[in-house]
Design a protein around this ligand. Structure first.
Ligand SMILES: NC(=O)C1=CN([C@@H]2O[C@H](COP(=O)(O)OP(=O)(O)OC[C@H]3O[C@@H](n4cnc5c(N)ncnc54)[C@H](O)[C@@H]3O)[C@@H](O)[C@H]2O)C=CC1
Ligand SMILES: O=C1[C@@H](O)[C@H](O)[C@@H](O)[C@H](O)[C@H]1O
Length: 337
């Protein structure tokens, strides 16, 4: 550790928290994990063992009081984000908060209000797809106008399976939440309305889930977007987008793993989890946050983006029961210009 390294407190050391501890320790420059807050003793021990020099704390307030952290990375389940965001903001610390910012728009608004007490945005939200090189290339193509007018985006979001704790609502606010961020970013236009269609149910789905679902968004620009959200596909993890232009199409997210020719068959390895599909994007997201923090800024989706997405998720959850649900946003505060 060098004396200039950013000392990060990681709150929540489950799947994503442990993954982030490993990347900060081994792949990110200019930062170390100095504190871990995790109620599960075995996970806390594994995380501190994985990050030499780090210490476990009972809560983020203790780590702040002990002057053990310069920044906070939040990787607890979404409903526990606000109780960490608030003390971290009160201490004026930079924050990388895994998605969602908070689980609903009311709590997201409270966070926006608390952040606006400070001189500048301190929160970056972990919508890592914006750091994926293919998404970035597609955005450049759309922005450049080279391909002409964008007419539609056709998105696919497939998970091999989900844990028993995954609910119907999570199809929207745990999974499609990513498209609610990345689609307006790609297309440069806010979501105007959301509708959900229920195709034939996959007999492999857990009993309590009615999926796949088809989420239809209309953007303010008139661009239409469909998202196939499908969480029991078994074969692997797939996130793709096809952009339909006037006289061309562009595609991202095709399999790019090991290719084999065997017994008369050609095959390409597919991802099995977001942890590999987006590994480079998570690395880039955290490296750019660490670099930005050194200059007193953030470099990625901010708390306003988190709030916009929370509003879209509420409309999406309402749309699960039917209807075309409008997405209405207040004006963006100049603080987030
Ligand atoms: N960007 C992405 O692609 C992904 C993001 N996520 C997000 O990451 C966050 C964590 O998700 P997972 O790692 O999958 O969950 P997880 O359940 O594997 O881990 C969460 C950890 O937080 C701990 N925890 C619970 N309450 C806490 C508290 N008050 N203080 C400190 N620790 C607490 C739990 O004991 C657990 O170890 C969520 O916000 C989730 O939406 C999850 C998966 C992928
Ligand atoms: O954020 C994520 C998970 O929480 C969610 O459950 C998955 O569907 C997403 O693909 C992943 O990126």
């Amino acid at each position: 550790m060098s004396s200039t390294d950013l000392r990060i407190g990681v709150v929540g050391a489950g799947l994503m928290g442990a993954d982030h501890v490993a990347r900060i320790t081994h792949r990110i420059s200019g930062a170390v994990v100095s504190a871990v807050v995790e109620p599960d003793a075995a996970r806390a021990e594994a995380a501190t063992a994985a990050a030499p020099g780090s210490r476990a704390f009972a809560d983020i307030e203790d780590a702040i009081d002990a002057s053990a952290v310069d920044a906070v990375l939040i990787a607890t389940p979404g409903r526990f984000h606000e109780p960490v965001l608030m003390p971290a903001l009160a201490a004026g610390l930079p924050i990388l908060c895994e998605k969602p910012l908070t689980p609903d728009s009311q709590s997201a608004r409270r966070v926006l209000e608390a952040e606006q007490e400070l001189d500048r945005p301190h929160i970056q939200v972990g919508f890592m797809r914006r750091f994926d090189t293919e998404y970035q290339e597609l955005k450049r193509l759309i922005d450049s106008g080279e391909a002409g007018e964008l007419l539609m985006l056709r998105c696919v979001h497939r998970n091999p399976s989900v844990p028993a704790t995954y609910t119907q609502q999570m199809l929207i606010d745990d999974s499609v939440v990513h498209e609610f961020d990345v689609v307006p970013w790609l297309a440069g236009s806010d979501i105007r309305s959301i509708e959900v269609k229920h195709p034939r149910r996959n007999p492999r789905s857990p009993e309590h889930l009615d999926e796949p679902i088809l989420v239809l968004m209309e953007l303010a620009s008139g661009v239409f977007v469909d998202v196939e959200m499908n969480v029991s596909v078994g074969f692997g993890y797939q996130v793709t987008t096809e952009a339909v232009f006037e006289s061309s199409i562009a595609r991202i997210g095709q399999p790019s793993g090991l290719q084999t020719w065997r017994a008369g068959t050609f095959s390409i390895a597919e991802n099995r989890s977001f942890t590999t599909r987006f590994a480079a994007a998570y690395d880039a997201q955290i490296q750019r946050w660490v670099d930005a923090v050194a200059h007193g800024t953030i470099d990625g989706p901010n708390a306003w983006d988190g709030y916009r997405v929370a509003v879209a998720c509420e409309a999406g959850v309402e749309a699960l029961a039917g209807g075309v649900i409008p997405v209405e946003l207040p004006d963006r505060p100049s603080f987030y210009a």
